[in-house]
Ligand binder design. Structure first.
Ligand code: MTE
Ligand code: MO
Length: 354
């Protein structure tokens, strides 16, 4: 793993570990933490469900498991800061980790549907958002702030949002949110709150720092240190993206036929329709072969064989979605002060020698 910070722990896998299987092994799944990992005693832990509900709930993990149907969703989680390093190369972004291509991973998640839990609590009129709270505290804010966030009610009740206790067939590891975390498929990873202890139905989005201040798309001329709650565009659904995973950045390759592998992921409600690869900065393209997705919320791997020249080669890849739209060409067109949502063409520079 490439460790960006030890405390709080932030690390991404080499892209090779993301290319091998549709789901990412637990020890290769990226870790994104804003504060120290809390170690929670599952025996005394309870989930509170409150706010604009008819019947507030207080549930142990055992009660959650026995009172609601178990669901499995294979979902890709992607940090809004994935590929920030390419944005930093355009213009510096102080105080944010330079994530490369590995702040994205896919797992099979097992838990209960948030929709079922909200139905049991009974939503009251006026509920329009569902907020999530956790006990970990982030020191990057002044004063330090607990972690939280929210999603609109339509997404919260759509069925695919899970309160999950298992990942790839194992109990959720502490680093990934044990005993219980939210999984919001198709939305930025930041909304998939780990170490969940409270779900609140409310009229407005969460006022938590990570919803109201951070994870917002600021205009390019904004100074983040002067942007208060509500500035910019709150990030939620992810946009169409794709990237190259193999060969790995900087790996030695020979000229001649070489397999290129990557992933593509469409935005909420859309599918990946095609992936194109170019060796000449987009003058001509060839189509990659797309693997079938493991489910509607999972990335799709793709592969194609290109003939690499001797010397320097620049490979680019772009995905198209079911609405016929494609990705922006360059990180420069997407630069923003916090370095979020770099969904530009996947890029790989190789030096090919015999
Ligand atoms: N939940 C809590 N409680 N604290 C956090 O710092 N980080 C969020 C989200 N949930 C975070 C959290 C962010 S920014 C991302 S991208 C995902 O968790 C990362 O999940 P992972 O570490 O399991 O990959
Ligand atoms: Mo994130």
């Amino acid at each position: 793993m490439l460790v960006h910070e030890e405390e709080p722990f932030n690390a991404e896998p080499p892209t090779r570990a993301l290319a091998e299987r549709p789901t990412t092994p637990l020890d290769a799944f990226y870790s994104r933490n804003h504060g120290p990992i809390p170690h929670i005693d599952t025996a005394t832990w309870r989930l509170e469900v409150d706010g604009l509900v008819e019947r507030p709930l207080r549930l142990s993990l055992e009660e959650l498991r026995s009172r609601f149907p178990e669901r499995e969703v294979i979902a890709t989680l992607q940090c809004a800061g994935n590929r920030r390093a390419e944005l930093i190369a355009v213009r510096d972004i102080p105080d944010e980790d330079p994530w490369r291509s590995g702040a994205i991973s896919t797992a099979s998640w097992v838990g209960v549907s948030l929709a079922d839990v909200l139905a049991e609590a009974g939503l009251r009129p006026g509920a329009a958002h569902v907020s999530f709270a956790a006990p970990d505290v982030a020191r990057e804010a002044d004063p330090p702030q607990p972690y939280g966030g929210s999603i609109p009610l339509a997404k919260a009740t759509a069925g695919e949002v899970l309160l999950a206790w298992a990942m790839n067939g194992h109990p959720l590891p502490a680093a990934h949110g044990a005993p219980l975390r939210v999984i919001v498929p198709g939305w930025i990873g930041a909304r998939s709150v780990k170490w969940l202890d409270r779900v609140t139905a409310q009229a407005e989005p969460s006022g938590n720092y990570f919803q109201a201040v951070a994870y917002r798309m600021l205009p390019p001329d904004a100074d983040p240190s002067r942007c208060g709650p509500g500035s910019g565009i709150p990030l939620g659904p992810v946009a169409l993206t794709c990237d190259i995973l193999l060969p790995e950045h900087g790996s030695p390759v020979s000229p001649g036929p070489t397999e290129i592998t990557g992933y593509a992921l469409a935005g909420d409600g859309r599918g990946v329709a095609r992936v194109d690869v170019s060796l000449n900065a987009g003058r001509t393209w060839t189509q990659a072969k797309l693997d079938a997705p493991a489910g509607p919320w999972a990335w799709q791997h793709w592969r194609t064989t290109v003939v690499l020249p001797e010397g320097e080669a620049d490979i680019v890849a772009r995905a198209w979605d079911s609405a016929g739209t494609t990705q922006p060409e360059s990180p420069a067109t997407l630069w923003n002060p916090k370095g979020y949502a770099n969904t530009s063409w996947g890029r790989l520079h190789l030096t090919c020698r015999r």
